[in-house]
Design a protein around this ligand. Sequence first.
Ligand code: ADP
Length: 490
Amino acid sequence: MTFDYNHPFLNGETKKLWIGGEWVEARSGETFECMDPSRGEAATLVSRGGPDDIDAAVAAARSALEGEWANWTPVDRQALMHKVAQAIDDRFEDLARIESIDMGAPLSRTALFRAWVKRTFNYYAALAASTRGDVFSNSAPGKFMAYSHKAPVGVVGAIIPWNGPMITQFWSICPTLASGCTLVLKPAEEAPLSTLMLAEIMHEAGVPAGVINVVPGPGPTAGNALASHMGVDKINFTGSTLTGRKIIEASASNMKRVALELGGKSPDIVFADADLDAAATGAAMACFANTGQICFAGTRLFVERSIYDDFVERVAAVGKMLKVGPALSDDSQLGPLTSQAQFDRVNRYFNAANADGARLVTGGEPLDIGGGYFVPPTVYADVSNDMTIAREEIFGPVLSAIPFDTEEEAIALANDTVYGLGGGVWSRDVGRVHRVAHAIKTGMVWANCYGVTDPAVSFAGTKQSGYGVKGGPYAIEEFQTAKTVWINMG
Ligand code: ADP
């Protein structure tokens, strides 16, 4: 490991697991190479957590849950969250750099998360201090009062994906701190570094030992141990639909609560009356942002036939203009794919598109840039909704452009998928925008924009894109259980 990143967290030492407020080695003594996808070489060694380490982390989380942390008042936790948010902000440049090194998104992207993280802490800190229960009027014979209050659900396990740990982990960290739960984070082996660095920052800002633990390790061993653990009360999973099914099965051990954000094949529908300049840029970025590695990416582009050829050319032109390069280069707009496995997978879809007879408009073959896992923004035209590239989640910058003739046809094609995460509609006709937004069977629809998110707004999927809400006032309830108390006033 000779490459010098000039980064305080990458000091040549093996990164350990964070359990019970300290760095510990994996019980097995094993490590793995954490790859830098821009170079195709290891950035650092990381301890490989396994089931024994998950056991230790869950024990630490349980002991914190039942210890002093239980006595923290809502306002105590709120104040802690503000301190943590400030500490993260103070170190944000280092965090953004390590995320870029680790999963390949350029600094132009990871630096943008600073404001989002601040907003998320602020929003959940407000919820921490404003939680309330209910008093129920009731007709039970006799005289009874019944009330419910919100108790923390308990020990939460969060299984984090590699395509955007920086964002995903806060959907678990913030509601954990706000609700008084405790947490075991299991980052993906492809990108564990920002989560590990955060553990240290949060500890220094005053998060008590055991409240947040981090155990990177393989999905089938460490991840499965967390999902099936008898001592875990809830699992938050973000990843593929295939793995989501395994999580549900593993969770049956103790019937823990499950929230799943899974795959997608989201439709983006462009009508001829749209602002076509805005729509072309919007539709391109809906698919190409983060090199296509976004669960709600708009990867099926439905275009009204009268503008189809021209519009597809415009989207392709946006793709051609985007600068693909190493994550740490100042002028990179898109980075590499995050892993060799993902690179191989996207290249297999290039072959599938050719075999199925899709017409390549731009991209379609790997880029040779310094040994990294680079592919270009790619547009296929004359795709039909039943081709492999239009049905399967690729998780790469690969757009399938499909023509339609009527609004009804566009809606039917958009809904013809097992997934239901995001969707877009571009039109100047207000009535049509609402009709289509309502008719698309997904958890979220963006009209004349794409992919806007905010911690105060619910983010959820439907169909095989999963269930459970992140963001918005309902999200904290996923970390709480309503405990009802009956008082005999007889
Ligand atoms: P991908 O297949 O694209 O890598 P996954 O859904 O498998 O995506 O990975 C998302 C997260 O799920 C990662 O942290 C990974 O380690 C974890 N994971 C993978 N397989 C399992 C499993 N069987 N049980 C629990 N977690 C898993």
